[in-house]
Write a protein that binds this ligand. Structure first.
Ligand code: 5AD
Ligand code: SF4
Length: 448
């Protein structure tokens, strides 16, 4: 009989993609995915270490799962992902979990499970320079419309605040052949959207054997876009220091590459950016935004930004607010700085901004972004946008929702449209987070 595996995923899109790799590895070894934790033989928690509150959430969840183990003595609890890499050894020692696998050790999970059954230590947190999970076709677990494919793993940037280079190791690119095989598999299974993932997609580079010309990110984008005109292509995340005009031109060239760039700014002051080791200036970032707008005036631009980094003065924080206004982001993910043990900032810079000031600055950022998002959505009223229908709207089963090319959430009355269709919607109203309109027509594929 097959054993049952329950996977829970926290953190970034990369973790969602990794959970699908894990599901595939386990499926080959007689496990089937279950959506019921009560009946599971093994529960794997795929975790994030990027901020302390992400880890706190996982700690809370592990306590609940340990309570579940009291009623199911056979249950094995596994910690995977970034927390496994960072503190998995301690958690195994303290018997908080039975299995620990870091981001490069997922092929090893069936073996680790067997070891845990035998009552032995089941841990692998080795980071490699070459694991990219090639030849594993991820087992998709979502609704079957939109999925992720990772194109690089790891990170070499070493932003001083960031734990990722330590938990995910050195950057490596995947063979375009494997990437395209995954994309083809998605198309075959009726998927309509793929998001290409990497910590810094612009540094994607693959040297095909016997050649001297590398495949770069813009080439890869083109190959994926050409795979099927009915497959929308997105990507995350570019780095402002590396994003190239060639990439932006490629987005402009193909109707099925979405007109949305998520360009993390992190801070809007040169001294702070230098302390963060971001390796660009405010002026450079502005120049990149102008370059994007020159080629794709309708492109939406979104960002990650955080306040309260070591030594951030009120004036420097104002620089961040000024930049948010200057770019006029469509949406933003906003955070308070959270010191991560082992990073350069934790070792060499003082976390000297009080929680109170961090909280107050975050509130101001969120307030500003709310008004920018509303203005951005209001400017869409009267426009026609192309939407990939993803699901029924939360509020009413007579309404559908999906995302525009600009990645905005769009809700509209159902009529004869179905999940998976491309439709044109005329926008009539909006809220801060949603565009609301009427469907005009169905279309076969993205067209602008
Ligand atoms: N504290 C707060 N935010 C962080 N991020 C990364 N590291 C930290 C940290 N130590 C944010 C950045 C990044 C996003 C994924 O999380 O904005 O782009
Ligand atoms: Fe993803 Fe970074 Fe969180 Fe790891 S630490 S899960 S790479 S966001």
């Amino acid at each position: 009989m097959k054993k049952k595996l329950y996977i829970e995923t926290y953190g970034c899109q990369m973790n969602v993609a990794d959970s699908e790799v894990v599901a595939s590895v386990m499926a080959e070894r007689n496990f089937e995915i279950s959506d019921n934790q009560e009946e599971a033989d093994v529960v794997l928690v795929n975790t994030c270490s990027v901020r302390d509150n992400a880890e706190k959430r996982v700690w809370g969840r592990l306590r609940e799962l340990n309570a579940l183990k009291k009623s199911n003595k056979e249950l094995k609890l596994g910690l995977i992902g970034c927390m496994a890499e960072r503190i998995g050894d301690e958690m195994l020692e303290d018997k908080v979990v039975d299995i620990v696998a870091g981001p490069d050790a997922y092929r090893n999970l069936p073996y680790l499970y067997d070891k845990s059954i035998e009552g032995e230590d089941a841990i692998n947190v080795e980071l490699t320079i070459d694991e990219t999970y090639d030849s594993i076709i991820p087992k998709r677990m979502n609704e079957g419309i939109s999925g992720f494919v990772s194109i690089t793993r790891g990170c070499n940037n070493f932003c001083t605040y960031c734990i990722v280079p330590y938990t995910r190791g050195r950057e490596r690119s995947r063979d375009p052949k494997d990437i395209l095989a995954e994309v083809r598999d998605m198309v075959k299974n009726g998927y309509k959207e793929v998001t290409l993932l990497g910590q810094n997609v612009d540094s994607y580079k693959w040297m095909p054997e016997g050649t001297t010309k590398p495949v770069r990110f813009h080439h890869l984008l083109e190959l994926v876009a050409q795979e099927s005109p009915t497959l929308r292509v997105r990507f995350s995340t570019p780095h402002p220091k590396d994003i190239k005009e060639s990439v932006v031109k490629m987005i402009a060239k193909y109707p099925n590459i979405c007109k949305h760039i998520h360009l993390p700014i992190q801070a809007g002051n040169d001294e702070v950016l230098k302390r963060m080791n971001r390796r660009y200036t405010v002026e450079w970032y502005q120049n990149r935004v102008e370059m994007i707008r020159k080629h794709i005036p309708e492109c939406s631009i979104t960002t990650d930004v955080f306040c309260g980094f070591c030594g951030e003065t009120e004036e420097q924080f104002q620089g961040t607010l000024d930049m948010m206004k200057w770019v006029h982001y469509d949406t933003a993910f906003m955070f308070k700085y959270s010191e991560r043990p082992g990073t350069y900032a934790a070792k060499k810079l003082e976390d000297d901004i009080s929680e109170e000031v961090k909280g107050e600055r975050l509130t101001r950022m969120i307030q500003l972004q709310s008004s920018l998002s509303i203005e951005s959505n209001q400017s869409d009223i009267g426009k026609v946008v192309e939407v990939l229908v993803e699901k029924l709207s939360k509020k009413s089963s007579d309404e559908l929702c999906g995302r525009s090319s600009q990645n905005k959430l769009v809700v509209f009355p159902k009529k004869d449209a179905q999940i998976g269709d491309y439709v044109r919607v005329k926008i009539e109203r909006c809220t801060q987070t949603t565009l609301i309109g009427e469907m005009i027509e169905k279309i076969d594929a993205p067209s602008f």
